[in-house]
Design a protein around this ligand. Structure first.
Ligand SMILES: [Zn+2]
Length: 74
């Protein structure tokens, strides 16, 4: 219940963190993409490295909706 996990959308790498830990510490170096699906639908995608993000973005091809990229602060 108090544990969350993040899975890289590209390679499937998984990182767990508990409520006592701040995600930004466990996910240092990870990238998060917030994708707006319209009508209040927001999809958060996590990637363990920029290469994985690029692979994912390339696979989606052109016409990707507005994507906001934000790196976790250390
Ligand atoms: Zn990855």
């Amino acid at each position: 219940m108090s544990q969350e996990h993040f899975i890289c959308r590209s390679c499937g790498k998984e990182v767990k963190h508990s409520a006592e830990e701040r995600p930004c510490e466990r996910l240092a170096g990870w990238l998060m993409v917030t994708q707006w699906g319209g009508r209040g639908v927001v999809d958060h995608c996590f990637f363990c490295c920029s290469d994985c993000l690029r692979t994912w973005a390339d696979a989606r091809g052109p016409g990707v909706p507005d994507v906001f990229l934000r790196a976790f602060d250390k």
